[in-house]
Design a protein around this ligand. Structure first.
Ligand code: GAP
Length: 528
């Protein structure tokens, strides 16, 4: 694993990289070059782990949100959406446990004055050992070819066995110590493993302390009367506190769900890996309220349904895996992550949690209000159990960008950079290009835009030779280019060029919209 630093518009981006450094670097600079993402307040050298979405980024983000929203709310008759506020009554966070337990263990290096998450330092160390085992396995695979039995090798090769055992025992000890809040042992582990500051190599560490991740703010004009508030660290609590309002006003019957997308804020100690871990980010969450005792059935349903949603985008089945939690939060009775294979390895993209009745019961206790459902079939009232699906919109954005960005070597040996975004998510669906800036071709192109713009985000581009324009649109991720040439004047036809195959077809102007619809229809994508 190496650490590297690069500059993007004045702001230094600090990343730890295990796998595909080059690809990740490319994604970050491509995101900037093509108007997807900039550092926040860049002219003041940026704000660490806070980013702005630019003209293309905001469209891609909106399209991902829409794809999620349709699949959750429109595709399920028993799920409705809400938009609750970011600022909530502070007791919310006492009830949810965030005031007392939403902590990360942090450690400072006395020499470099740098702050780290103690658990991340240890995990990174363990990952290095795991990578050593992986290297041995890869070497053996190469040596033995087809006759290689990977499972046997993993369980019998002394070096691999030793590496994997070492990795497991480090992570187990860390997990035990964190669970018992034995922070002295977490520090002891860092010292025993001789973990050094990744930046400077110093091993001069402070004690490990707990650090609450919520951002505080104040409500009220005067310092004396101001009320301490928090910026919400998850959107889920806005759903729980509205549970009864929605159930009653929507006459919802268990099982039913409430979905919400919106900003969340966490004062992450170590915010790295670009938009993977941010201090201000967006979540897309759905709480599904079920009969007590039926939660594990629904948990399995949502595991399967959410994976299907990911696969519908066609970004490769091999790039997803479940990581079931062995140790659960005290309120959960099942939990899994859907991990995605980012350029820096498999990491959590989405969480699916069976949260029991913990949250609603806690809000009943702290508010003194009943949060129950009367089930006519059972003729009884109960606090429903909850299965939650929670995905980071920015993490999904990064998954889509890093999976789509490709350098393709063409037949003539030249390389084209293409952003093969799933067409349904692409910020701009088509670029309309007059072959030349004269002979009434621009006017025809504008007329085509005037017709398409009601249904699609389309752009006009007349600068440079048409080949260069194609490449520019390929790199921006635009699935279609529509070229107006002199033949258009004669027979009302244009060429439509497909980004992924670069094939071109001659079609009539009237057919354009229908052609695009074949590729860009929610029905086709979401029913996959
Ligand atoms: N309501 C449950 C909840 O918030 P979580 O695992 O803490 O659970 C859910 O967060 C999802 O939110 C994660 O799977 C991830 O995609 C996203 N997320 C969490 N912290 C994030 C951060 N600092 N930056 C970007 N996305 C984040």
């Amino acid at each position: 694993m190496s650490f590297w630093l690069w500059e993007l518009g004045g702001l230094s981006y600090f990343c730890d990289m295990a796998n595909n450094e080059d690809q990740f670097k490319k994604v970050v600079s491509h995101a900037r070059e093509y108007g997807y993402i900039f550092a926040s307040s860049e002219i003041y050298d940026g704000l660490s782990a806070v980013y702005d979405y630019a003209q293309n980024g905001v469209e891609l983000k909106k399209n991902i949100r829409e794809y999620w929203w349709r699949s959750m709310v429109y595709m399920h008759q028993n799920i409705v959406g809400i938009d609750s506020s970011i600022l909530m009554h502070p007791t919310t966070w006492k009830a949810s446990g965030h005031v007392d337990a939403f902590n990360d263990p942090l450690i400072d290096n006395k020499d470099s004055k740098k702050r780290y998450r103690a658990d991340v330092l240890i995990e990174d160390y363990a990952e290095k050992i795991y990578q050593k085992a992986q290297k041995e396995i890869a070497k053996a695979k190469k040596r033995f070819g087809d006759s290689f039995d990977e499972q046997e090798f993993i369980t019998t090769n002394p070096r691999v066995v030793r590496y994997l055992e070492e990795q497991r025992s480090i992570l187990e000890r860390m997990g035990r110590s964190l669970e018992k809040e034995d922070l002295a042992d977490v520090k002891a582990l860092i010292e025993e493993l001789e973990i050094a500051d990744p930046d400077t190599g110093s091993k001069n560490w402070t004690d490990v302390r707990q650090f609450n991740l919520m951002f505080g703010t104040k409500l009220g004009a005067s310092a004396e009367s101001a009320m301490d508030l928090y910026l919400r660290p998850e959107t889920a609590q806005g759903i729980f506190v509205n549970f009864l309002n929605i159930q009653k006003s929507g006459r919802m019957k268990v099982p039913f769900g409430i979905a919400q997308t919106g900003k969340a804020f966490r004062n992450e100690i170590v915010a790295r890996q670009f938009i993977f871990r941010m201090r201000e980010f967006e979540q897309m969450e759905m709480q599904f309220f079920v009969r007590p005792g039926e939660e594990l059935k629904w948990y399995e349903y949502w595991k399967e349904t959410r994976l299907k949603w990911h696969l519908s985008l066609g970004m490769g089945e091999e790039n997803y895996r479940f990581h079931d939690h062995e140790k659960m939060a005290h309120y959960a009775n099942a939990a899994t992550d859907i991990e995605f294979d980012y350029p820096f390895g498999f990491k959590e993209l989405e969480g699916i949690h069976s949260r029991t009745d913990f949250d609603l019961k806690a809000h009943e206790k702290f508010s003194g209000k009943k949060l129950q459902f009367f089930d006519h079939e059972l003729n009884e009232s109960y606090v429903p159990y909850v299965v939650e699906t929670s995905i980071g919109l920015d993490r999904m954005f990064l998954a889509v960008m890093s999976n789509s960005l490709q350098d393709e070597t063409l037949e003539d040996g030249s390389v084209r950079t293409v952003l093969k975004l799933p067409a349904i998510l692409a910020p701009v669906k088509a670029a309309v290009l007059p072959l030349v800036k004269k002979d009434s071709l621009p006017e025809i192109a504008h007329k085509i835009i005037d017709d398409l713009k009601w249904d699609y985000n389309v752009v006009y581009d007349e600068k440079d030779a048409v080949g260069r324009r194609y490449r520019r649109q390929d790199a921006a991720g635009t699935p279609f280019c529509i070229t107006v040439d002199h033949q258009t004047i004669e027979d009302n036809t244009v060429t439509i060029r497909y980004r992924d195959t670069m094939e071109q077809e001659r079609i009539s102007i009237e057919e354009i919209s229908e052609k695009m619809k074949e590729t860009i229809s929610y029905k086709n994508w979401l029913s996959k």
